[in-house]
Design a binder for this molecule. Structure first.
Ligand SMILES: Nc1nc2c(c(=O)[nH]1)N[C@H]1C(S)=C(S)[C@@H](COP(=O)(O)O)O[C@H]1N2
Ligand SMILES: [Mo]
Length: 362
């Protein structure tokens, strides 16, 4: 067993702090990801909090500063459940590293994406209870895990605009798939921001602060930003580059596995697609000839708004080496870009180029 109850075949990018993703086939076919295959992304040592003494502070541009225990949250607000997919902005970075090296960043594959049922209370309800002031434009989150990636080291944090924070899908969650949140995933309480990069779903939450400006935290102001290709990430300062919020349209092929040997002939392909924020997946196309011709895949029924959209199709595999490509379209008519070469950026975020796997039928 890997640490933290994860499956044995996790691809471990780092032991301390633990950073790991499952193989792509472990995600195939599941509407919600088995908890032992849910990726883990950490930037500092994992905190442990005693749920009995833990408190959440709500402060900043609010009329009433709040100090809430878990009991207070349960008693004062309605419990809600949202099924949501989390995706790290570094998902598929390996495809960018193939274009040009990205020193100091882990080569994440397609597995930094996973879905769970989350339950807790709406952030909107807590903010309304605190009396949000009209000048509160951003809601910042703070956690106690101190990250050495910032210079000097800094606790993890981030923020989202008030408009998103007041949307009903944004939760302060204490349970994952109907069980208490595991420590590695943020116990006793974490933020869940469906449709936004995983970095904003702050774990081990201790403070919610209403502000006029975005959080000045390293992970909001300096990291998780798309820098121009020629920028030196070691010299990037607060405010440089494009701040990431909503997830970019993406998809992947989950089965068969990349590199699989199969008999030629009819073969079932399955995968997922994910559109950012309130966009939806409109279509997924599959190609066996590098994008010269495309066939439409079928979208599985029953997937809900804040979760990934599974798809499947059957293709007729020819003899020999075959490259299978997939691309998704969203409800705005946007489609994924073809090549990671045009997306390369110094920190290696948002590789949403066409999904590609190689199969061998000889
Ligand atoms: N406190 C804290 N919250 C955090 C992080 C972190 O390092 N510390 N990592 C973020 C990132 S980048 C991602 S992608 C998600 C991953 O959530 P998971 O580890 O539960 O999969 O948590 C986010 N929340
Ligand atoms: Mo992330």
């Amino acid at each position: 067993m890997s640490p933290w109850g994860k499956r044995d075949d996790m691809l471990v990018h780092q032991r301390e702090p633990f950073n790991a993703e499952p193989p792509r086939t472990a995600l195939a076919g599941y509407r919600t990801t088995p908890p032992d295959a849910f990726y883990v992304r950490n930037h500092g040592p994992i905190p442990g909090a005693d749920p009995a003494t833990w408190r959440l502070t709500v402060d900043g541009l609010v009329r009433h500063r709040l100090e809430l225990s878990l009991e207070d949250l349960r008693e004062r607000f309605d419990e809600v459940e949202v099924t949501a997919t989390l995706q790290c902005a570094g998902n598929r970075r390996a495809g960018l590293i193939d274009v040009r090296d990205i020193p100091g960043e882990a080569p994440w594959g397609p597995g930094a994406t996973a879905t769970a049922h989350w339950s807790g209370v709406r952030l909107a309800d807590v903010l309304t209870h605190a009396g949000l002031r009209p000048d509160a434009a951003h809601i910042a989150f703070a956690a106690p895990d101190v990250s050495p990636l910032a210079d000097p080291p800094q606790p993890y944090g981030g923020s989202i605009p008030t408009g998103k924070a007041l949307s009903p899908e944004v939760l302060l969650a204490w349970a994952m798939d109907g069980r208490p949140l595991p420590r590695i995933h943020g116990a006793p309480l974490r933020v869940i921001v469906p449709g936004w990069i995983g970095a904003r779903s702050v774990k081990w939450l201790t403070r919610v602060t209403a502000r006029a400006e975005p959080s000045g935290n390293y992970f909001q102001a300096t990291a998780y930003r798309v820098l121009p290709a020629d920028a030196d990430p070691g010299r990037a300062g607060p405010g440089d580059g494009i701040s990431l919020g909503p997830i970019a349209l993406n998809c992947d092929i989950l089965s068969p596995d990349d590199g699989a040997r199969l008999p030629p002939g009819p073969t079932r392909l399955t995968g997922y697609a994910l559109a950012g924020d309130d966009r939806t997946v409109a279509r997924v196309d599959v190609s066996l000839d590098g994008g010269r011709s495309w066939a439409q895949a079928d979208l599985d029924a029953g997937d809900e708004p804040w979760m990934w959209q599974h798809w499947h199709t059957t293709v007729n595999l020819p003899e020999g080496e075959v490259e299978v490509t997939a691309r998704a379209w969203d409800s705005t008519g946007a489609v994924q870009p073809e090549s990671p070469a045009h997306l390369w950026n110094p920190k290696g975020y948002v590789n949403n180029s066409w999904a590609r796997i190689h199969l061998n039928t000889s």
